[in-house]
Design a protein around this ligand. Structure first.
Ligand code: GRF
Length: 218
């Protein structure tokens, strides 16, 4: 399974995929490349260090160019699965259609709450704290034509503690992101889950029972 990543930031989620899949002892999975939405994104340095191909997409102002570039690059890499790991741009409809059911996004909140256009980074966690919710978390969902709206594949809860700041919540959620994103990609790659044409998420095998999340926390 060839896994391609789209990212805009430092790339710690990209790193969690590289650490899980870009290894000699997992030949059946491979991170084939990362497309950054801007020059200088920290993820590019991580890709260079990991020996993973990388590219920078044209600015959004060239929307047609960006769509064509994304599609061509993903196709050239022979991508089976596309993962949005801190990607700040809307995925062009042509790419969503071409990779329907094979594009995942990670969002640092329990969707459908605290998602959508403009809800990214510290803004999400600020909104969580201001809303007074006691449980937040991370969500992996299939990507459709809108920000953070696609069918949900999996979620994991994270407590919001007294005295929390957007930064402390973000850090706690990020540790969970680094676990559920590789797990969700493995579930899709292994056929344990798929997206049906009617947008329903169908679990062929209840996958998370085999994922030793809680065990790792001891
Ligand atoms: C993550 O919190 C992700 O959920 C959000 O953007 C952040 C990216 O972090 N969409 P990184 O670049 O993977 O470290």
């Amino acid at each position: 399974m060839r896994i391609a990543v789209l990212a805009s930031g430092g790339g710690s989620n990209f790193q969690s995929l590289v650490d899980r899949f870009h290894r000699a002892d997992s030949p059946e999975r491979e991170v084939v490349g990362v497309i950054a939405s801007r020059e200088g994104a920290g993820v590019l340095e991580r890709a260079r260090r990991a020996g993973v191909a990388s590219a920078v997409s044209p600015p959004a102002s060239m929307s047609d160019g960006a769509a064509t570039f994304l599609r061509r690059t993903l196709d050239e890499w022979g991508s089976d699965i596309v993962v949005l790991a801190g990607y700040m741009k809307l995925v062009p409809e042509a790419v969503v259609r071409a990779y329907w059911g094979r594009i995942l996004n990670i969002h640092p909140a329990l969707l459908p709450s605290f998602g959508g256009r403009g809800m990214y980074g510290p803004r999400v966690h600020r909104a969580v704290i201001d809303a007074g919710v006691r449980i937040t978390g991370a969500t992996v969902h299939f990507v459709d034509e809108a920000y953070d709206r696609g069918p949900i594949l999996c979620q994991w809860p994270v407590p919001v503690l007294a005295g929390d700041t957007p930064e402390s919540v973000a850090a706690r959620v990020l540790t969970v992101e680094h676990r559920i994103l590789p797990a969700a990609v493995e579930a899709l790659a292994s056929g344990a889950v798929r997206l049906e044409a009617d947008r329903r998420v169908r679990w062929v095998r209840e996958w998370f029972e085999t994922e030793t999340f809680t065990n790792r926390e001891g």
